[in-house]
Design a binder for this molecule. Structure first.
Ligand SMILES: [Zn+2]
Length: 263
């Protein structure tokens, strides 16, 4: 079920990156698909989410309709979802998801998730301030500044010392791009430049994410095997677009609610 899991300790923050194992989806979506409704069987998607939440004893998880942009959605009490609201307009509530590529919240017991299958899931927290975030950093969003926008919003909510966890994504050995795209990308974030294992231009998204966060004063740790070469992970490129999604998930334990001191 997990490529990486760190359950809430003394600081009250839990972090997880899921993998494909332990779900009800079949075929190209087997097994723990947490992707978009409309591609996979809604009953299987719902069962997968129920199993994940049961394993971690979590409240319903907030997600967004990811569009490779820089919009950050702040989750307030009014935004807290019902159990199947993550399925958006095709779910039972028919409520469309907000278009955004990052979520932040200062609410305890309000888990946030980003869905990926090669792009980089980035989870962030200032445990002491009680502020968490999750961002979708593919090439386009990363270059456009989605991580800076997420960090900025977290600081507006009171975060001062932010730590980040970088999850599974396609690696620099595998993420081949046209030479012009590599040049354009490296003009903005030089650390992105890499070469595939077969000798062609590529992008190292993990290195790019790391550099951007570090320049912004964020501490970074990596739990990021390559999606393309790890069979237990969904990969958009390896599976030629027909595949499921794993998630990066971050939450604060409810019990931290009253004892946290802000700032
Ligand atoms: Zn790779």
């Amino acid at each position: 079920m997990f490529a990486f899991l760190s359950e809430p300790g003394a600081d009250g923050v839990g972090v997880a990156f899921t993998d494909r194992e332990g779900g009800a989806s079949e075929g190209a979506f087997a097994a723990l698909n947490l992707g978009r409704a409309g591609e996979d069987d809604p009953a299987a998607l719902s069962a997968n989410m129920t199993a994940l939440r049961a394993r971690l004893a979590l409240a319903p998880i907030s997600v967004v309709h990811q569009v490779h942009g820089t919009t950050v959605k702040t989750i307030t009490r009014a935004d807290l979802p019902g159990p199947d609201d993550w399925l958006g307009a095709s779910g039972p509530s028919r409520r469309p998801l907000a278009e955004a590529d990052a979520l932040v919240t200062a609410l305890p017991g309000a888990p946030l998730a980003i869905r990926v299958a090669d792009c980089v899931p980035v989870l962030l927290a200032d445990a002491r301030a009680g502020v968490i975030g999750a961002a979708h950093a593919g090439r386009r969003g990363l270059l456009a500044g989605v991580l800076a926008a997420t960090v900025r919003r977290m600081r507006e909510l009171g975060a001062t010392s932010i730590h980040a966890w970088v999850g599974p994504h396609i690696c620099g050995d595998c993420y081949e791009v046209p030479p012009e795209m590599q040049a354009e990308s490296c003009a903005i974030i030089p650390e992105l430049g890499a070469t595939t294992s077969w000798g062609t231009p590529s992008l190292d998204l993990g290195a790019g994410v790391h550099a951007v966060l570090e320049r912004d004063g964020v501490g970074v740790e990596h739990h990021d095997p390559c999606t393309r070469t790890t069979p237990q992970l969904f990969s958009h490129r390896r599976d030629r677009g027909v595949t499921g999604r794993q998630i990066g998930l971050i939450w604060r334990a409810e019990r931290g609610d009253r004892s946290d001191s802000r700032g």
